[in-house]
Write a protein that binds this ligand. Structure first.
Ligand code: GLP
Length: 243
């Protein structure tokens, strides 16, 4: 066994200890204060603080302003599949509210034009929506779609919260397949504000490039999901097999 205990920082030992402790308690259980933990574990408050901060960042603990630190709710397991956010949340028994943060028409940049197969400068909708699941802000989505193909889309999204429902009902368009990538990045102050988290908190950024049945691009979407609240789940098949 290759293990070098000496390299493990002190706070990490504290963190491991806290993880064992957390595992025994249900969500919502308060954890002892920094001072209590420092006394209990015979270490400094700075060391305890560092361990607690990492556990908050990872979504194991949650801090409530002026109240204390608690065992967090389990993360939401979110399957990676060709479904709409609304459909996915509803089929998992979750309550989703979607807020239109902004809707503009902007000229396509070279990148967007290529992705949506349009001319550079063609008008595109740039729509930002906030997804609130069971009362907690979970994701911020910025979608780009052709304005010529989907005139009046922003207006429709003020009435109906599901983009996929609107595309199907108004234009008979369904996104049937997509390429999706996942990256991480720290939350910007704006993202943190909208998602009620801290600037620098880890985000999972999903980018989806969807096509309709004819292979025509439908949308280019970037979604910022709270990294402390989501686990993405993909079912993997053998290469070449369709699952
Ligand atoms: C997911 C996808 C987006 C898609 C959206 C549609 O969140 N990442 O690419 O636009 O679902 O969801 P809805 O129909 O609820 O607006």
């Amino acid at each position: 066994m290759i293990e070098d205990q000496r390299r493990e920082p002190k706070y990490y030992l504290v963190k491991r200890h806290l993880l064992e402790l957390i595992a025994e308690y249900p969500a919502g259980t308060p954890v002892p204060t920094e001072r209590e933990l420092a006394e209990l574990l015979i270490t400094s408050r700075t060391t305890v603080r560092q361990a607690l901060s990492e556990l908050v960042t990872e979504g194991r603990l949650v801090r409530r302003q002026g109240s204390g630190t608690y065992v967090a709710e389990p993360k939401l397991a979110w399957p990676l599949q060709m479904s709409s956010f609304t459909e996915q949340a509803e089929s998992s028994g979750l309550k989703v509210e979607t807020t239109l943060v902004s809707a503009e028409r902007v000229p396509a940049t070279a990148e967007i034009a290529e992705l949506l197969r349009l001319k550079v400068g063609a008008q595109v909708h740039r729509i930002e929506r906030l997804r609130v699941v069971n009362g907690s802000p979970m994701a911020l989505e910025q979608s780009h779609l052709s304005a010529r193909r989907f005139p009046g889309l922003a207006k429709s999204l003020r009435q109906t919260s599901s983009l996929y429902r609107v595309l199907k009902e108004e234009w008979g368009v369904t996104a049937v397949d997509a390429v999706e990538t996942i990256e991480t990045a720290p939350a910007s102050p704006r993202e943190a504000g909208l998602l009620a988290t801290d600037t620098g908190a880890p985000m999972l950024i999903l980018s989806r490039h969807s096509m309709d049945a004819e292979g025509v691009p439908v949308e280019w979407v970037r979604s910022w999901y709270r990294g402390d609240r989501y686990t993405f789940v993909a079912r993997l098949g053998a290469p070449g097999s369709s699952s």
